[in-house]
Design a binder for this molecule. Sequence first.
Ligand code: NAD
Ligand code: UDP
Ligand code: UDP
Length: 338
Amino acid sequence: HAVTRPPPTPSPLRFSKFFQANLRILVTGGAGFIGSHLVDKLMENEKNEVIVVDNYFTGSKDNLRKWIGHPRFELIRHDVTEPLLVEVDQIYHLACPASPIFYKYNPVKTIKTNVIGTLNMLGLAKRVGARILLTSTSEVYGDPLQHPQTEEYWGNVNPIGVRSCYDEGKRVAETLMFDYHRQHGLEIRIARIFNTYGPRMNIDDGRVVSNFIAQAIRGEPLTVQTPGTQTRSFCYVSDMVDGLIRLMESEHTGPINIGNPGEFTMIELAETVKELINPDIPVKMVENTPDDPRQRKPDIAKAKELLGWEPKVILRDGLPLMEEDFRERLAVPKKQIK
Ligand code: NAD
Ligand code: UDP
Ligand code: UDP
């Protein structure tokens, strides 16, 4: 691919006397589910300074509680649809609601976040010479006609449906990333994230894993949306964070799929949650929402080959870790088995 302009010089911070060894990293959406786990991992490295910007739409300060006041950490209330002036070396751009009920709640805002928000972060990356990673999504494949999905597949997306603010928003965000790369020589990275789960997900955010675990703990029926044979592939959050950091540190623009290829129907997922958490609850079939993708599974050959990455945590091991966190937050301790 031709780069029409020479790449920008890296941020002067990298060469400054005071920050010589330090890398200043911006995480947008860092108060959210994946973002806060990413921050935890980045903060483990003493050479990293982390700045989080978040408007707290779906995220919370609570997720970052342990870092507030830390000398290498800074938290800024900011909406990425507004311009942002900071000096950084890397940008992990995650800001965007990820759960369908939240991104459909204010679809115009969702589009603005994806388009104007990404444009602003690219303008920032261009000004300071930072490398920028976008967390795109498997939703760019829409209701896929290719299975499993490779990065070459262009997708099957409804441009005017109720999910389009998210799917098409992320597709434009990817386009913007590549146009800034080709036109301005920016260093870009695009991760296409597949369904991710783990501790700190919003308890009532409507996603299937969080719904089933909360329902199982509360002793309510598991709501499987029809037909129940639709599939998803679930990646544990620590694997996801590892993949994102590897991609950022690699020399590859992507897009690269990051996800766990273990594929389950929603009925299978419900049965697994029942077995592991609460065998006494029934499964209840409920109506689905429009344009729900019928199958989804990542082809991760590229991530394996280019990043040396593959997920380590299988669903049966990840679900109990999430159960523990949900029980604590719902204040429902596990019954001791006699
Ligand atoms: P999340 O909702 O927990 O986190 C998103 C964060 O962005 C929240 O803290 C929210 O307050 C913040 N935010 C939203 N709009 C903003 C705005 N305009 N300005 C500033 N902050 C804003 O979601 P998540 O699951 O952690 O997802 C993180 C990223 O990963 C998103 O970009 C999402 O599209 C992508 N992704 C997630 C999944 C998944 O399964 N979790 C799958 C595919 C892609
Ligand atoms: N931008 C920003 N922070 C910066 C530099 C730019 O938020 O440090 C925003 C800027 O407000 C603009 C967008 O990024 O809306 C794109 O910037 P760019 O310089 O690429 O385009 P231009 O400003 O020339 O339209
Ligand atoms: N789903 C379900 N019960 C629920 C919530 C969701 O059966 O309580 C189904 C939904 O129809 C979809 C799948 O689970 O087929 C994944 O939905 P989710 O909202 O978690 O993620 P996404 O659709 O974005 O992949």
